[in-house]
Structures are given as structure tokens and as C-alpha cells.
Design a binder for this molecule. Structure first.
Ligand code: GDP
Length: 534
């Protein structure tokens, strides 16, 4: 009997299969900026180390609202960096690291297909890592773990992995293993590749590799001192018996994370990380939307706005909406359907964000990010299609934890205030509520630093100095339910109800007791702490 061969032609990979759209999540100081710089360097997007910061300097020079960023040394904006290597296009979406900007970060994470989790070898999981990880888990985003700063004294690798695996309830599969840490650091073992990667004299970028059949050979072949090699191999052996092997499927489902050790600063181990991103991280696939899921393979263009940034250039009062494409091939000058506004709009001058400069795009594929300059037409959460009225899910508004009354220093500027607050709300810097009784706006933020950013930008960009007064509310909840019931609730609680910028009704609770009471008294209504935008 002759075996029949299946002669069905193998379809060439879709062009978007070369896209890797990802973010780096970490606690401040773990090394995200340093790693970003090294990845961009490896991808040839920038020529010299330091350019990421230098680019930041230029940006700051352009818009001085980043004073706070400068003085505090934190990053408050997300940006998009694109680089290429081995035929793969990487879109790295930068997320602000400071916890006060977590809302912005959440939205950015809604636009990626994978994440790198950077952990400081001496510190293990920190608060911000945990929070961001949980957001990734909500969406089952595959995560590659990078344990950074092996050139410094750190925790024992096995203990560290145990702590991360238990703390995050995540399976970890080590791919590389450090030979010693800190001053004892001698290199990395590539576990699958059965080789040692050895740094130069100063511990810098990899200069040589030595293959082995048994890692104990490294004592002679790589001249690794026994007091360093022995505990390394003991740890590795334990890790191999106690921890699972890498499994692509479980990684793609978000259950297992491959672990790479290294030093971003010394550019050691970062090459292996980048290769993992190339080979394991998924290209764009399918995204949930209202009514149906949208596959990246579909022809019609779809995408959604995950970020809006106003006044990138103070000379032009423009805003740029960052759109993540989910399907189709986007071309310049194309007409798309703005689902929330129920009309077609022409995207005349879309921009790509390259690491070097903003460049004009002619064509963008699923996974790519385009910037669309506009005057307020596009908001975070908006979906663009070629006509289908669907909406991508998962860009929530979070109930603010801090509420303040906005007081104008100059009462003649009421009109400018309204306009400026609207802009800031559209950008997601703050949420704005207008009480149905009383004239003062209430702003709501997730962290106190956002208040400072807001005041500083109001003054600098709009020439509207403001100050804050305490508002008598502890929290805000969107009221949902039967329309007539909502109206009755509003009527009987007029002093505690406000409208958000979309006109949705919000219950401003004076204390948690009031919220509990409202829930008891109005069992037909829901008081919810997130609201999908759009
Ligand atoms: P971010 O806040 O996560 O962006 O962290 P940075 O990249 O700014 O790094 C914080 C500090 O850690 C800086 O002083 C870096 O030079 C340092 N750093 C980053 N990576 C490494 C590393 O691999 N080894 C050592 N020794 N220091 C590092």
C-alpha cells in the first residue's frame, strides 16, 4: 500500500505573522528603560545606547508639560517604538511605570499580544509587577520573564523562581540559568542548547559560547571555579526536576512563562530574550468584540483607540489617537467607519511611531499601531471598522479613588476650563464629573500624582490655573439598570449624582455606608466601578 501524501499547498504565512506587538511590565527601577534601550539597539532601531533617553529629552524640549516627569524622574506617557530584526517587526508599547498611571498602563496592555515581565534579581516580585501581571492574566497575555541584574548580588535563583511561581500562581520554565551572581557571575547556561554563554572580562555582552554534553565539563572547558559551578549545577538540577519544561501551548494560553536571566545594563542575556520574543511570542490572532470575535486574517480593517495624547506639539493643538490594528491592511487616505459616531471618516495623515522619528505610514498591518492626528473626534475605546458596527472590548474606565473639586483661580476662564477639562478627560489624564446640582467640576483620579500632572498641564497648555478643594465624596459608581429606575434614583438623590463626560449617571457616595445603603434601597440598580468606554 502506498502512503498518500497530502499535496494541499502550504499557504504562505500572512504578512502580519511577522508582527510582535508587546509591552514590558515591571516595578519602577527593575530595569525596563535599560532593557528597552538594549532591545532597540539589538534591533538596529537606534545607533547608540542612550538614545532612548535622548529621545525623551527632545520630547521634553518639545512639550514642557513633562516638567513633573523630569523632576520626579518618572515616565508618565506611553509611546510606541518599532524595530525590526530577522524579518520580524516588533512594536513595543511603552507603559508608564508609576503606579499612579496604572489606568493608562491597563489600556496599553489591552493593545498588546505578549509581555515581558522584568524582575529585579535582588527583589523578586514587587507590588507593581503583581498588579500588572494580574492585568495580563485577565486577558491571558503570554508572558516572558526576564530576571534582571544578575551582575549584582541577588536572591538564590531557585528560591526566586519558587517565590515568583507561588506568588503569581504561574508555571515557570527556566530557559537560561546564571552561573553565579554578582561578583561571582560567570555567564549563563543555555539549558536546551547545552552551551554556556560567557561574557567578556568586564562581564559585558556575550563574547563566546562553549558547548557541553555535561555542564560539569565547564569546570575545565570554561575554567569556572568549583565553588561557583557546584552550587550552580545543584540549583539547576533541582530546578529541572521541580519545574516544568517549556510548552508553547501553555505559554500561549498564559499559564506558563519561560524565564531568562541576564543583565540589561551589561547587555547580557538580552539576545536570548529577544530570540524568544521572535520565536515564541504570538503574532496577532483573534480579538473579542461585541457580537463576535475578529480574526487578524480578516480582510476588512478593524482597530481600536487605546490611547490619546494631546498637545504632543504645543504649536499645534492636535491630539494623536493611538490605534491598534486588529485586522486588514490599513492604507493612508482610507475611509473608515467610526462606530461610536456612526459615520465614515477619512484618515488622511496617519503616522507610524518609529524609534527615531514619527514617520508617515503608507500601509499598516494587524498588530501595528498608527497615530491619527485629530481634534477630539477619537477617544480611548473607540473602534474603527470598514462599516461593521462592532466594538472591541476591554478598555474600561476605572472608578476613581480620589475625587477633588476644581476651583478656578480666574473666574473669567470658566469656558476655557470646560474645554481643557474635556481634553484632559478624553486623553484619560483624569475623569471629569459634573454634579447635577452645583457648578464646580469634580475630577477623579486613581493616584495623587495625576492631580499634579493635571494642574500643571492646565496651566501650561491652556493657561487655566486651577486649585483643588476636597470634595465630600469618597467614591464614584456608574449607575446602570432600567432607565426609569435610574431616573427615579437620580430624582431622589440629586445632591449625590453627577454626569460623566458622556452624560452617563454617576452616584457620588459620601462614604461607603451610603453606597451600601443605595445598593440595599435600590436592588434593581447596579452601582458599578468600571464602565466600558464608547
Ligand atoms: P526602570 O525604572 O525599570 O525603567 O529602570 P531603569 O532601566 O531606569 O534602571 C534602574 C536602575 O537600575 C538604573 O540605575 C540602571 O542603570 C540600573 N540597572 C538596570 N539594569 C541593570 C542591570 O542589569 N544590572 C545593574 N547592575 N544595574 C541595572
Amino acid at each position: 500500500m502506498t502512503a498518500t501524501l497530502d499535496h494541499a499547498p502550504i499557504a504562505p504565512p500572512a504578512p502580519y505573522a511577522s508582527r510582535r506587538t508587546f509591552a514590558i511590565i515591571s516595578h519602577p527601577d527593575a530595569g525596563k528603560t535599560t532593557l528597552t534601550e538594549k532591545l532597540l539597539l539589538a534591533g538596529g532601531a537606534i545607533r547608540a545606547a542612550g538614545s532612548v533617553k535622548a529621545r525623551g529629552e527632545r520630547r521634553r524640549a518639545r512639550s514642557d508639560w513633562m516638567d513633573i516627569e523630569q523632576s520626579r524622574g518618572i515616565s508618565v506617557t506611553s509611546s510606541v517604538m518599532t524595530f525590526e530584526r530577522d524579518g520580524i517587526t516588533f512594536n513595543l508599547l511603552d507603559t508608564p511605570g508609576h503606579s499612579d498611571f496604572s489606568e493608562d498602563t491597563y489600556r496599553t496592555l489591552s493593545a498588546v499580544d505578549a509581555a515581558i515581565m522584568v524582575i529585579d534579581a535582588a527583589k523578586g516580585i514587587e507590588s507593581q509587577t503583581r498588579k500588572l501581571f494580574e492585568v495580563c492574566r485577565l486577558r491571558d497575555i503570554p508572558i516572558i520573564t526576564f530576571i534582571n541584574k544578575v551582575d549584582r548580588e541577588g536572591l538564590d535563583p531557585l528560591e526566586l523562581l519558587d517565590e515568583i511561581a507561588t506568588g503569581l500562581a504561574l508555571d515557570l520554565a527556566p530557559m537560561t540559568w546564571p552561573i553565579g551572581l554578582g561578583t561571582d557571575f560567570r555567564g549563563l547556561i543555555d539549558i536546551e542548547g547545552k552551551r554556556a554563554l560567557l561574557p567578556d572580562q568586564r562581564g559585558g555582552a556575550q563574547v563566546s559560547e562553549i558547548k557541553f554534553t555535561d555542564p560539569a565539563e565547564l569546570a575545565t572547558t570554561a575554567r569556572i571555579e568549583p565553588h561557583i559551578l557546584k552550587p550552580t549545577l545543584e540549583g539547576l538540577e533541582l530546578a529541572e526536576s521541580a519545574l516544568p519544561r517549556f510548552d508553547l501551548q501553555s505559554f500561549l494560553e498564559g499559564h506558563l512563562s519561560p524565564v531568562f536571566f541576564g543583565s540589561a545594563l551589561k547587555e547580557f542575556g538580552t539576545e536570548q530574550l529577544l530570540q524568544a520574543l521572535e520565536t515564541f511570542a504570538p503574532p496577532p490572532t483573534t480579538r473579542p468584540a461585541t457580537a463576535r470575535a475578529v480574526s487578524a486574517a480578516e480582510n476588512p480593517v478593524t482597530g481600536f483607540v487605546f490611547k490619546v495624547q494631546a498637545n504632543m506639539d504645543p504649536n499645534h493643538r492636535d491630539r494623536v489617537a493611538f490605534v491598534r490594528l486588529c485586522s486588514g491592511k490599513f492604507r493612508r487616505g482610507m475611509k473608515v467607519f467610526h462606530v461610536r459616531e456612526n459615520r465614515m471618516v477619512t484618515i488622511a495623515a496617519p503616522i507610524f511611531f518609529f524609534a527615531q522619528e514619527r514617520e508617515t505610514a503608507d500601509e499598516a498591518l494587524p498588530g501595528d499601531i498608527i497615530g491619527i492626528p485629530n481634534h477630539g473626534m477619537l477617544r480611548v475605546g473607540d473602534t474603527l471598522t470598514e462599516g461593521e458596527p462592532l466594538r472591541f472590548e476591554g478598555i474600561p474606565n476605572f472608578a476613581p479613588e480620589i475625587l477633588r473639586r476644581v476651583m478656578l483661580e480666574d473666574p473669567m476662564k470658566a469656558k476655557q476650563l470646560t474645554r481643557a477639562l474635556q481634553d484632559m478627560a478624553e486623553e484619560g489624564v483624569t475623569q471629569v464629573f459634573r454634579p447635577i446640582l452645583g457648578a464646580q467640576f469634580i475630577v477623579g483620579v486613581v493616584g495623587p500624582l495625576q492631580l499634579e500632572v493635571l494642574a500643571s498641564r492646565m496651566e501650561k497648555e491652556y493657561n487655566v490655573p486651577i486649585r483643588y478643594e476636597a470634595a465630600p465624596y469618597v467614591t464614584a459608581r456608574w449607575i446602570t439598570g432600567d432607565k426609569a429606575d435610574v431616573e427615579r434614583f437620580v430624582e431622589s438623590n440629586r445632591s449625590s449624582v453627577a454626569e460623566d463626560r458622556d452624560g452617563a449617571m454617576v452616584f457620588m457616595a459620601r462614604n461607603t455606608w451610603a453606597l451600601d445603603q443605595a445598593r440595599q434601597d435600590w436592588p434593581g440598580l447596579n452601582f458599578v466601578d468600571t464602565r466600558e468606554r464608547g
